[in-house]
Design a binder for this molecule. Structure first.
Ligand code: SAM
Ligand code: SF4
Length: 389
């Protein structure tokens, strides 16, 4: 039996979930999905869109970024652009992508300001992403400015195409780590999955990143049934040979063309079983770490892999992330359409306290989990590169 629910409609006429629950009378449905470690998490079925530029809710007095489910948000993902020099099949359309007008992008001053306010509310880690973050000019300066704010960790997710030239300067500016996306170790297939760029450049970038001290190096692999899932053992061997942490990511319904479907999805469990059959794995036990990837080390001591099973084993119950989109909205979940516009508040002369209130509100309204596996799931309006992965 599900826990008792308390759902009330706020003055803004959207439904607020006050407890892990099942169903209200408005058509908003919540359900229970399997989570790792044998627990369950509640998931909200309907993505919801609101545009919050001021605040009248009861979350104003929350002192830190702790949500109604006790999740403390100390990780801010900053998208610096929605543009990219690649067109990966699982992310963008090959032709016809439209991008934000430059005037709508946050300036570096605006990004640093939001980051500073977030830091004062307890955010400790920053990840720069996009689109492809390294297509935005001046990123080294942005890293230096963020580093001056005293974050414990500043990381970058990149496709690796422009990293080799920038890695030493980024490291010197205060970048700690990089995740490099690479979905095939075969040059011809790399070209068909990512449509632009080339494998050799990305592999070279990995070497330069490590030589620059951007470690531990993580390699993100989106696993697509029928496209690269036969390379799962090759990537496991790559992890063993290089010591790089290869993270196998489930294909999420966030591709711009809208072609996602379960038939393309390779569950993390299957990845585990296929690797474990070759080289036995054991879980890396990390009691205090909050992260989407489940880590496994090879029993013989040669390296590690990670599984990011967003779809089949949601980690929403421990999610500590907030996102700042390139056009200045705070999003509390990849899969929710709620956007809390902070750019316009800043451009209208808003105070730091107003920015803080928007951050608190975004956290205060976060739903307990996504609902990809539920029948009523609606894809978010914006795709991965527009949100910031
Ligand atoms: N352009 C950079 C890159 O590719 O690493 C950073 C942005 S990209 C949106 C961030 C991560 O999201 C990448 O690791 C990419 O592989 C992943 N990604 C993009 N679309 C995805 C999807 N539909 N499902 C799962 N992961 C996806
Ligand atoms: Fe570009 Fe990254 Fe999306 Fe690929 S995954 S199209 S590199 S933003």
């Amino acid at each position: 039996m599900l826990a008792a629910i308390a759902l009330v409609a706020s003055s803004r006429a959207f439904v607020r979930l006050l407890d892990v629950g099942a169903r209200d009378g408005t058509g908003e449905v919540d359900a229970v999905a399997p989570a790792r470690a044998g627990t369950t998490v509640a998931v909200s079925v309907r993505p919801h869109r609101i545009d919050v530029t001021h605040d009248s809710s009861d979350v104003e007095d929350v002192a830190t970024l702790r949500d109604r489910y006790g999740r403390v948000h100390d990780d801010l993902r900053i998208s610096v652009t929605d543009r990219c020099n690649l067109r990966c099949v699982y992310c963008m359309a090959e032709e016809g992508m439209t991008f934000l007008p430059r005037a709508q992008l946050l300036s570096f001053d605006e990004i640093v300001r939001v980051a500073r306010v977030a830091r004062d509310l307890g955010v400790r880690a920053i990840r720069l992403t996009g689109g492809e973050p390294l297509v935005r000019a001046g990123l080294v300066d942005l890293v230096a400015r963020l580093n001056a704010l005293g974050f414990e960790d500043i990381a970058l997710t990149t496709n690796g195409t422009r990293l080799a030239a920038l890695a030493p300067a980024l490291a010197a500016a205060g970048l700690r780590r990089v995740n490099i996306s690479c979905d095939s170790l075969r040059a011809d297939r790399f070209a068909t999955i990512r449509r632009r760029g080339d494998l050799a450049t990305v592999l070279h970038a990995m070497d330069v990143a490590e030589a620059s001290g951007l470690t531990p190096l993580k390699v993100n692999v989106v696993v697509l049934r029928g496209r690269n899932d036969d390379e799962i053992p090759d990537f496991a061997a790559f992890a063993r040979d290089t010591g790089r942490l290869v993270r196998f990511i489930e294909f999420m319904p966030l591709d711009a063309p809208g072609e996602w479907g379960p038939e393309r999805l390779v569950p993390g469990r299957e990845v585990f079983e296929r690797i474990n059959a070759h080289w036995p794995l054991e879980a890396v036990y990390e009691p205090h770490r909050v992260a989407p990837a489940e880590r496994f080390r090879f029993v013989d001591g040669r390296g590690e892999i990670g599984l990011i099973s967003t779809v089949t084993q949601p980690f929403c119950g421990t999610c500590n992330r907030l996102r700042l989109t390139a056009d200045g909205s705070i999003r509390n979940c990849l899969f929710s359409d709620d956007e809390h516009v902070v750019r316009d508040v800043m451009r209208a002369g808003g105070s730091d306290e107003e920015i803080a209130r928007i951050l608190r509100r975004a956290v205060g309204e976060k739903f307990p989990g996504h609902a990809i596996n539920e029948p009523g799931f609606l894809r978010p309006h914006r795709s991965m590169s527009m949100i910031g992965g």
